[in-house]
Design a binder for this molecule. Structure first.
Ligand code: UDP
Ligand code: MG
Length: 136
């Protein structure tokens, strides 16, 4: 099938800590995503710094990297037609306050930093992010 894409999704510490991972995974499946690979891990702050390097000049970078490495996360490869955009739509806006009804961040996000999920923002970054977590 053309446009069949893979994207990287992370269920962030705030959601794993509240035991929302099964419910969030079910939302992906209900929306036609296939979970190709998944693992529950905790990363070092230095790894979070590499993962979020694109944000290194932002004022929130240090807190963001501390946060992502603060507890267990669930990292997944999601597959679907146009998966990158479809996942961004299902996630909702970065700030849960701006996220629309039916999105993961509207339902579960606590704040702009504790917003429950990460998703790749382009096909190119999806490939890089999948490699980052799943290249053996
Ligand atoms: N973030 C934050 N403060 C901000 C903007 C972003 O803490 O003002 C965090 C938030 O967790 C977000 C992540 O940094 O998910 C990456 O930011 P990005 O703009 O890439 O948002 P996303 O792609 O996750 O929607
Ligand atoms: Mg982003």
């Amino acid at each position: 099938m053309s446009n069949l894409e893979q994207t990287l999704s992370i269920i962030k510490p705030d959601a794993v800590e509240r035991n929302l991972d099964l419910e969030i995974k079910q939302m992906f499946k209900n929306n036609g995503f296939v979970i190709i690979k998944e693992k529950k891990i905790q990363i070092e702050k230095s790894e979070a710094e590499k993962f979020y390097k694109v944000h290194e000049t932002k004022p929130f970078y240090n807190d963001l990297c501390s946060y992502l490495s603060s507890g267990p996360i669930v990292v997944m490869i999601l597959e679907k037609k146009n998966a990158v955009l479809a996942n961004r739509e299902l996630m909702g806006a970065t700030n849960p306050k701006d996220a629309i009804e039916g999105t993961i961040r509207k339902k579960f996000g606590l704040s702009i930093d504790k917003n429950s999920v990460h998703g790749s923002d382009s096909l190119e970054n999806a490939k890089l992010e999948i490699d980052f977590f799943f290249k053996d």
